[in-house]
Ligand binder design. Structure first.
Ligand code: NAD
Length: 251
């Protein structure tokens, strides 16, 4: 049997990149997964591909009422939620001069407030059985880049907010854990968007590779493997921790 056999998980940002890889690995390890995203076409295609083990849910993580409805539906269908992976995210390109206030606020809305809402509204359902919340932050929460001012702020926010939430979950006696995951550069569609907006994509890509002492960028399945550990009971003593997975890039 799988390492998370019978667990029920909700994964946001499931329609692409890391979220897609996490959903596939969780299903392969026996979980029942709700794959949530704003991209309905790609989300439905993923769920279809995986058959009954995954169902698609249209969810914009910035909309509080959608989160409330999502967990209410999970309560009806599954009666529980053991794992929440907050993986939906955007990458706003811009430095402190070029980034508009509007773009800055939108980045914080999706990447920080979106995670807050998931951590908040999963509580009523998860506290009954306990569970694990996994927030996908980034190596960018530790290591700044001039062209990522809003993203750096959002991911640093997720990191410290995760610790506050982990303390609350623990002090409340809920048997709920909350950890952050910090990937280095991983080959996903988000990268292509960043490269497209760069003045010199070849140079930027070479810089990414060079900034990882291990000599390459990462793969989505490597992030999914860490999330699997955090979703499973093997990580039962881990909470409020930063799990760095970056080929040495933050060293
Ligand atoms: P991606 O662009 O391939 O996937 C992101 C997904 O999030 C998309 O399917 C998109 O539709 C969804 N999404 C965007 N806004 C949403 C919203 N408001 N509500 C619901 N879904 C929404 O990106 P990825 O590389 O898979 O990134 C996933 C997460 O990992 C992000 O939080 C990102 O910051 C983080 N991350 C990625 C890397 C990397 O190098 N790829 C590195 C570190 C951290």
């Amino acid at each position: 049997s799988g390492r998370i056999e019978g667990k029920v998980a909700l994964v946001t940002g499931a329609a692409s990149g890391l979220g897609d890889a996490i959903v596939r690995r969780f299903v392969a390890e026996g979980a029942n997964v709700v794959a949530a995203d704003i991209d309905e076409e790609a989300g439905r295609a993923l769920a279809e591909d995986l058959g009954n083990a995954a169902s698609f849910l249209s969810l914009d993580v910035t909309k509080e009422d959608r989160w409330v409805n999502a967990f209410a539906a999970m309560e009806v269908v599954h009666g529980r939620c053991d794992v929440l992976v907050n993986c939906a995210g955007i990458t706003t390109i811009g430095n402190v001069e070029s980034c508009s206030l509007e773009a800055f606020k939108h980045e914080l809305d999706v990447d920080l407030a979106g995670v807050f809402l998931g951590c908040k509204h999963v509580v009523p359902l998860m506290k009954k059985h306990g569970g694990s919340v996994i927030n996908i932050a980034s190596m960018a929460s530790m290591k700044a880049a001039d062209y990522l001012v809003a993203y750096n702020a959002a991911k640093a926010g997720v990191t410290h907010m995760t610790k506050s939430i982990a303390l609350h979950y623990a002090h409340s006696g809920y048997q709920m854990r909350c950890n952050s995951v910090h990937p280095g550069v991983i080959r996903t569609p988000i990268l292509d968007k960043v490269l497209e907006q760069s003045d010199d994509p070849d140079k930027l890509y070479a810089q990414w590779v060079a900034s990882h002492p291990i000599g390459r960028i990462g793969r989505p399945d490597e992030v999914a493997a860490l999330c699997l550990y955090l979703a499973s009971d093997e990580s039962s003593f881990a909470t409020g921790a930063e799990f760095v997975l970056d080929g040495g890039s933050s060293l």
